[in-house]
Every structure is written in C-alpha cells, then in structure tokens.
Design a protein around this ligand. Sequence first.
Ligand code: ADP
Ligand code: MG
Length: 223
Amino acid sequence: MIKLENIFKWYQVGGLPSFVLKDINLEIEEGDFISIMGPSGSGKSTLLNVIGMLDEPNEGKYHFMGEDVFALKHKKRTALFQSYMGYIFQSYHLIDELTVYENIETPLIYKNLSGKERKAIVADLLDKFNIVGKKDLFPAQLSGGQQQLVGIVRALATSPKLLLADEPTGNLNSKQGEEIMELFTELNKQGVTIIQVTHSEKNAEYGKRIINLLDGGIVKSRS
Ligand code: ADP
Ligand code: MG
C-alpha cells in the first residue's frame, strides 16, 4: 500500500540544512496497524504528513497504491487522499465557522453522495459517538477532548482505507483513550490500515508494529 524510499526532509536554518527526516525507508502493507513513537521533535508528525501527502520531502520516492505520489499533479493527489485517507490531526484542525455537524459532513461533500446519504452517515456517526447533543455547537464551545473526538469522527466519515492519526488520544482521558484504541482495533480487524503517532507505550501496543524515530531516522522497528 505504502512504499517510502530514501526520504529526506530538511529546513535551512541559518544557512545550514537541519534534517527532520533522514533516509526513511518504510513499507506498509494493507491491513497493517503501525504505531510511531519517538521523542518530541523527532519527525513523527512530518513523517505522517508525508504519508498523508500534506507535506513533501526534499528527496525520496513515495508510492501509494502503486501511484508515484510526487509525480502526480496536485488535483490527482487530493483525489487520492479523498478516496483513501482519513487524517486525525494533533491539533484537531476543525473549521471554527462550522458546527460539529458541518465539520463531520465536510469530507463527504467531496464524495459523490446525495444530501440525503450524507445526512444519514452523519446522523449515524453522531449517534455512535454519543455527540448528537453537540451537533449544533461550534468548536470553540467544546472542550479539547470533545474537539478531538469530533476530529476523529470526521476522519472516519468517508470510511477511509487508511487512517492516519497524530496523537489521537493526546487530549482524551484514559477511558476515552482506551475506547478509541478499541475502536482502532475493531476498524483494523475490518481491514482498515492504521498508522498512529503516540507517546503512550500502552497505546502503541495496540499496533502490530512499532516504529521508533530518533532525530529523523528509524532507530528501531519491531513487529
Ligand atoms: P514530532 O512530531 O516528532 O514532535 P515534527 O515532525 O513536528 O516532530 O518536527 C520535527 C522537527 O522539524 C522539529 O525539530 C521541528 O522544529 C522541525 N520543523 C518543523 N517545521 C519546521 C519549519 N517550518 N522550519 C524549521 N524547522 C521545522
Ligand atoms: Mg508531532
């Protein structure tokens, strides 16, 4: 599903390159569940952004579902993202001007669905995640944990084949966090490929593989 080859990413800092990703080589099969760990600043979010086609490295190759990602035009990349990927951001990235309902509906607008079909999907999700009562509220009216939950629900709205999650439980209490990990496990059983970034050893153990990043390089990987 995913093949990253010799990925390098750097920023020029004071005229010198500062490496954020250093020679990343990674293959991920459909149906895998990967946990990425590593200290703050080790490149975890950058790597996830590269996989999610939201960021481009300075060097390297990336094949996703057989497509040479960096050779694709922006429009084609966006279409690929919308057909296959769901992204849970570390800082939620909800749209402030939209209600909870509208935020969850947003990724569905790009799909070929009728208004009625969209409505049914959103209603189901609101019900499943016990947030029906919050549907008309705006992000600013929610706690951090509630915003994170809405971000998770939005990422799931399109039933993605690949779920990318950047510290998805960082702002949840331990019980909510556990529920999300159980949900990921269930989705993975149904065939969803999952890549999560986490600081929690316990949450990392839900993955089938753990990848450790240090200073932009993979230092240890165990399956
Ligand atoms: P993590 O998610 O593991 O905490 P990130 O991928 O967010 O790490 O960041 C990796 C490194 O890249 C950090 O040291 C960060 O300071 C650096 N970095 C990110 N964006 C920029 C930028 N625009 N300019 C310079 N350095 C950056
Ligand atoms: Mg990060």
